[in-house]
Design a protein around this ligand. Structure first.
Ligand SMILES: Nc1ncnc2c1ncn2[C@@H]1O[C@H](COP(=O)(O)OP(=O)(O)OP(=O)(O)O)[C@@H](O)[C@H]1O
Ligand code: NI
Length: 457
């Protein structure tokens, strides 16, 4: 996790609905360990669309699947990762439905002693959590990242609801807390997925069952998540199809997926996602398989629905043009890491990371000459720890240190915490030596990274 993400969290005036901190997801194959997501941090606020952009293989889908709890073997989310869903109603509901998995952090605070980091046998360090000093590590970070029992606290690996304000015993009194998504399983996970958080994939056919009518599939979602049945469900299903712009919805509700065009199918999938009344909608390249006109229509639809319903949205694409259109804030990913983060206007007006600049040059109409630039080469498979810049081999600005030091996410100019880049050229208002020293310091603070091949589970 980067230090500035913590500063950001405390200075932001809106409470995020999702806080991803130091997310790490690796695939353990016979041959190698692929660190598909390698320390990703970002927030999503209610009503905000956060874009994730990067070339193929940069870890966008694995990030989304990690949040959704859809990482399959041989992949898993590593200890030290955290994805906190802070939506208050959800926290209350979970505390009420899963009291055995709910922990009162105010009570636990009495037990918590940061000096436990120095106890023999404790391998986690404050650096693993992005802090320099043990005394600075908040209890919530410890338990969210799954280090609670290692530090001798009374929490179990099954605990996933953490209450920081109010009494978990009377859920309606809860004012603050989070559900830790990275450790959900079983029923709590089932209720989150498709309930509070819904996902739309690139291929609508992966979400639609060919043997049921579109209407019946929406009705099933309505039954599961809103308890609607019969006539009421039928009416609501047709209404949802109408909401997503399917003409003649009353008739089409009785048709099968194969009777829908590609664009109409994706609209139906969006209707199905909305049937769950999610707080957060994750879209993974929802328009990539569609032709340009239809693509534009679906983007408009998503933007419209988002505004109407005040949805938080995470939008994944490799297309900078699409990102510009739909996002409020953008995270650029490369080989498992977020290498630049800024609000959309800033990112397009003042891209800082050489990779982001390269991506922007590859949008038709944005380059100087008439030739479309693409960055030569491919995203490397992140199969070793990031002790260097993974973009260096393709970077026009690379210098010696880039292959010897890991660039940490730093403000592009000192104090400008909402525009960060993981590049040794920054902060740009510091001398080159000073900038390098800042990166080195941050890397050193995290020196004892958890070894994903080791014993941690
Ligand atoms: N099941 C798996 N087993 C092994 N490696 C995997 C698996 N799924 C993903 N990976 C690896 O994780 C890395 C990131 O993949 P991911 O699908 O997240 O990329 P992406 O950014 O979504 O790319 P695209 O734009 O092509 O969808 C890749 O190196 C990929 O090979
Ligand atoms: Ni993908």
């Amino acid at each position: 996790m980067s230090m500035e993400s913590q500063i950001e969290n405390t200075t932001s005036d809106t409470q995020p609905i999702l806080e991803v901190q130091n997310l790490q997801t690796a695939f353990f194959t016979d041959k190698e360990t692929i660190r598909a997501v390698d320390g990703v941090s970002f927030d999503i606020e209610p009503g905000e669309t956060v874009g994730i952009v990067g070339e193929s293989g940069s870890g966008k889908s694995v990030t989304a699947r990690s949040i959704m709890g859809l990482v399959d073997s041989p992949g898993r989310i590593l200890e030290g990762s955290s994805a906190r869903f802070t939506h208050l109603e959800t926290v209350q509901e979970y505390a009420s439905s899963f009291p055995g998995k709910t922990v009162d952090l105010n009570r636990l605070e009495e037990e918590y002693d940061p000096s436990a980091f120095n106890q023999p046998g404790v391998s986690v360090t404050p650096g693993d959590l992005g802090y320099e000093r043990a005394a600075d590590v908040p209890l919530a970070d410890v338990v969210a990242a799954g280090y609670g029992s290692e530090l001798g606290l009374d929490v179990s690996d099954d605990d996933c609801v953490f209450v920081t304000g109010g009494d978990p015993g009377s859920p309606e009194s809860i004012t603050d807390g989070f559900v830790e998504l990275s450790r959900l399983s079983g029923e709590p996970q089932r209720q989150m997925r498709g309930g509070r958080i819904a996902m739309v994939f690139q291929d609508p056919l992966t979400s639609l069952n060919p043997v049921y009518t579109v209407g019946n599939q929406i009705k099933e979602a309505l039954r599961l998540h809103q308890g609607l049945r019969g006539e009421e469900a039928t009416r609501e299903a047709a209404q949802l199809l109408e909401d997503v712009g399917i003409p003649d919805a009353r008739r089409r509700v009785n048709e099968y997926p194969h009777q829908f065009s590609g664009g109409m199918r994706q609209r139906a999938v969006i209707a199905m996602a909305l049937a769950c009344e999610p707080e957060l909608l994750i879209c993974d390249e929802p328009t990539t398989a569609l032709d340009v006109t239809i693509q534009a229509q679906i983007l408009d639809l998503l933007a419209e629905l988002q505004e109407e319903r005040d949805l938080a949205m995470m939008f994944i694409t490799h297309d900078m043009g699409v990102i510009a259109e739909i996002s409020h804030r953008v995270n650029v990913m490369y080989a498992g890491e977020v290498i630049e983060s800024a609000n959309v206007e800033t990112l397009f007006a003042e891209p800082k990371h050489p990779y982001t600049r390269g991506l922007l040059q590859s949008i038709p109409g944005r380059q100087e000459g008439d030739r479309l630039q693409t960055i030569e080469g491919n995203v490397p498979t992140p199969n070793e720890p990031a002790t260097y810049c993974r973009f260096a081999p393709r970077c026009p600005k690379a210098f010696n240190e880039c292959t010897a030091m890991h660039p940490e996410s730093v403000p592009v100019t000192e104090g400008e915490d909402d525009h960060t880049a993981a590049c040794l050229l920054y902060p740009e208002d510091r001398s080159s030596d000073e900038a390098l020293a800042i990166h080195q310091q941050r890397t050193a603070a995290q020196a004892t990274e958890t070894d994903p091949t080791g014993e941690s589970e």
